[in-house]
Design a protein around this ligand. Sequence first.
Ligand code: 13P
Length: 250
Amino acid sequence: MDMAPRKLAAGNWKMNGSLAALAEIDSLLGGDEPDCEVLICPPATLIHPMVARIAGGWIAVGGQDCHARDSGAHTGDVSAPQLVDVGADYVIVGHSERRTDHAEDDASVAAKAVAAHEAGLTSVICVGETEAQRDGDQTLKVIARQLAGSVPDCATADNTVIAYEPVWAIGTGRTPTTEQIAEVHAAMRQALVTRFGDGDAFRLLYGGSVKPGNAAEIFAIPHVDGALVGGASLMAADFGPIISALNAAD
Ligand code: 13P
């Protein structure tokens, strides 16, 4: 790939939002179409209505998780082909809340990513250290282990996005220093280049308390190709300026 990867502003609505929240989509679409790519991953109940509301506009829609199997007796789960069926293009896998709440390990995350790729989805694979791991100087080791175990061999820059989300920065209003983010992103880039022929083209997102007020500073960090945004993606008044900041970044 001779072009820089297209930057990605991704919103993760988590377990928030009802049909009324789709008005936020109207607000975003009312602005100018950015050069960067924009993705929203709403709860499963809103994927189809959101796709219908966007009606071919410039926002892509994704799931927040998928099962490793295509169908079967797995009450409460959603499969990758089912996400495709209702118009999703992406799926988040391995979010720290899934790893914690549902005891997902690296192998199950990798299996979900394989299922996503086979269905034609782009996976957003999440990694990140806990506060105790950072305090114990284990961050780079943990990230390397999670990347090795969670990113499957079939990953390419076209079907996979990596999101670095320090667990202690999610929903806390705390963010790593720019030096800390730069260190992890450079290490992730190096690991991907070592393992994959197109490792330099994978998009690397930062996630964890990204807000309109800190977005520009984060997007200026080398190897940060966008953000995975939780709370600040729920309202167009917050997510819109984050998209603009990414669009304005070099
Ligand atoms: P916050 O932006 O709310 O910290 O959430 C980050 C996140 O977990 C996105 O997946």
